[in-house]
Design a protein around this ligand. Structure first.
Ligand code: C5P
Length: 210
């Protein structure tokens, strides 16, 4: 299959030297891209600013910085794909205005107006055709399952991979993750804490069942 994977954070520029970002390292998304490519799938990886490299040299990598750039890349490539795994931690807000010069220190408070970014997953969910699959992630801190189920429906996903910040050793920066997969069919699969490579193989197995 031809599969699109998004990974990493996005950076939203404030001025020429500053941005708003998040703690995503891209490890989970890169592990998924490598696992899919190792299994023989043709992978296009849209990566935000990360410090890591894919291991499988067959992966086509597209580097982007902002949520808007990621949106454009994903919307351009998705129609040609059999499916997508959207693992990136996309910024939900971006500065309304990007200053063209470095903002100087002043004594007053600095207020930066933020406007919502486009929801890439929801946009892909809208153009998804029969035969294409869409997998998303949810990182939650409270009422995890309920929020994840709502997201799966709103974004038209086939399944959602839930990770909670409550789980030790899971999420940002760690080499391990603890996930629960929730499917539209109502099926729920809970996994142990394990290396992200093995988590990626669990996700691969469920994708191949769709
Ligand atoms: O709504 P929330 O950000 O929690 O949803 C997470 C899922 O949606 C992830 O799969 C993430 O990659 C995707 N997402 C997106 N575009 C956004 C925000 C989230 O594709 N602007």
């Amino acid at each position: 299959m031809k599969i699109l994977v998004t990974a990493g954070p996005t950076y939203e520029r404030i001025d020429p030297v500053r941005f708003i970002g998040n703690y995503s390292t891209g490890k989970m998304g890169f592990a998924i891209a490598d696992a899919l490519a190792d299994a023989g799938h043709q992978v296009t990886l849209v990566a935000g600013p990360v410090q890591i490299k894919q291991k499988n040299s067959n992966i086509i990598r597209i580097d982007v910085e902002s949520a808007h750039q990621m949106y454009e890349a994903v919307l351009k490539w998705f129609p040609d794909m059999d499916g997508a795994v959207l693992c990136a931690a996309v910024a939900d807000f971006t500065p309304a205005i990007v200053a063209d010069k470095k903002i100087k220190r002043e004594n007053d408070n600095l207020v930066i107006e933020l406007i919502p970014t486009k929801d890439i997953a929801a946009s892909v969910g809208k153009i998804k055709k029969q035969g294409q699959f869409l997998v998303g992630f949810a990182l939650e801190t409270n009422d995890e399952e309920q929020h994840a189920l709502e997201k799966m429906k709103r974004k038209n996903l086939d399944f959602i991979v839930l990770n909670s910040l409550k789980d030790k050793g899971a999420c940002f920066g760690y080499d391990t993750n603890k996930i629960t997969i929730l499917k539209v069919s109502g099926e729920k699969i809970e996994y142990e804490l394990k290396p992200k490579r093995e988590v990626a193989l669990d996700i691969l197995r469920e994708i191949e069942k769709i």
